[in-house]
Design a protein around this ligand. Structure first.
Ligand code: TYM
Length: 332
């Protein structure tokens, strides 16, 4: 199989709707057709200094959540990043050709440095290099990611091309976002009127969240005074609600509220009630599976072990090839 896919989620908290619709959903049905790797980015999560217990708990949670979403460990390789030390070797090698200027210019680095000026660590700066190593170690052609990771993926493409050029090789395929024809990368909005749903933004609805909490969050979502002119363009906060509805509700439901909006007859309270009900319908079966799976330590252990073995097999091969190309040749 030559269509390899790599997808990762940081172990910094429970999976939310943004993670699911941005990076997981599109891929679930395609597991038969691709050689796919799904991993839990626990090294990446260290940039925010989790306690050891929280780190361990979060890795376990994300593993259970991947499985509950329908990632099948018999078809895909599910592994924990820190189980594959070869990724760190490739990261070190790629770091030698990653330049301070380009790393400092990435939007996510600038954002994080602005929000947490007391913790601008080197791991944060080289975050895109580690992400590139995650992708290139399996020679991925496709990466299912949401729109927020577009620039990081662009960096991975740059590092792959740079390596290939420097060593006159085609070792690394140039990875592309995994999107269906004609579709754009997904960006699921938050409920607070801000751009995207995110763990650190505190505006997320998690797959494991209980229905009451979902209901409360949706009913509190930011709205405006309502439209005053027929067919008026929707302001961002309202567009966000419709965008969320698009992913969890039926097209008829979206159409129904869209018509009411266009006729200036919409009542946001009704729309939010419907949206909350549809989110809960969508998350409930996943939440139940998360609870079942996370109670089964033996199964999680089996999956993680199997994943680590399969991921290492591929990673060892790449590192061997890269070492040879760079000039690390054995004397013994
Ligand atoms: P992370 O953990 O922030 O998010 C995991 C995946 O979920 C997507 N996502 C979203 N998609 C649409 N709308 C949203 N609101 C939204 N929020 C999150 C992200 O785009 C991502 O695909 N750096 C990565 C983890 C990573 C990785 C990799 C991903 C490390 N190495 C290699 C792919 C390949 C991250 O922090 O994602």
């Amino acid at each position: 199989m030559n269509n390899t896919v790599v997808s990762g989620i940081r172990s910094t908290g429970n999976l939310h709707l943004g993670n699911y619709f941005g990076a997981v959903k599109n891929f679930i049905k395609m597991q038969d057709d691709y050689n796919s790797y799904f991993f839990i980015a626990d090294w990446h999560s260290l940039t925010t200094h989790p306690t050891p217990d929280a780190l361990h708990q979060n890795v376990k949670q994300v593993l259970a959540e991947y499985l509950a979403c329908g990632i099948d460990p018999e078809k895909s390789t599910i592994f924990i990043q820190s189980d594959v030390p070869e990724i760190l070797e490739l990261y070190t090698l790629l770091n030698m050709n990653a330049y301070l200027g380009e790393l400092e210019r990435t939007t996510s680095f600038k954002d994080k440095a602005r929000k947490n000026p007391e913790n601008v660590n080197a791991g944060l700066l080289t975050y895109p290099v580690l992400m590139a190593a995650d992708i290139l170690i399996h020679k991925a052609q496709f990466v299912p990611v949401g729109k927020d990771q577009e620039q990081n993926l662009e960096m991975a493409r740059k590092f792959a091309k740079r390596f290939n050029r420097m060593y006159k090789t085609e070792t690394f395929p140039i990875p592309r976002p995994f999107v269906f024809d004609g579709e754009d990368m997904v960006k699921i909005p938050g409920l607070d009127g801000s751009g995207k749903m995110g763990k650190s933004e505190g505006n997320a609805i998690c797959l494991a969240e209980d229905p009451k909490s979902i209901q409360k969050k949706v009913m509190r979502a930011v709205t405006d005074q309502g439209p005053t002119e027929m067919n008026q363009e929707k302001p961002q906060v309202i567009k966000n609600l419709f965008d969320l509805m698009e992913v969890v509700s039926t097209p008829d439901t979206v159409q129904y509220f869209d018509n009411l909006y266009n006729k200036c007859e919409i009542r946001y309270g009704d729309m939010k009630k419907q949206l909350a009900a549809d989110i809960i319908d969508f998350t409930t079966p996943i939440r139940e599976r998360i609870l079942d799976i996370s109670a089964d330590d033996a199964y999680l252990g089996k999956v993680a072990k199997m994943g680590a073995e399969k991921a290492r097999e591929s990673a060892v091969k790449t590192v061997k090839e890269v070492r040879e190309l760079i000039g690390f040749r054995k004397f013994y």
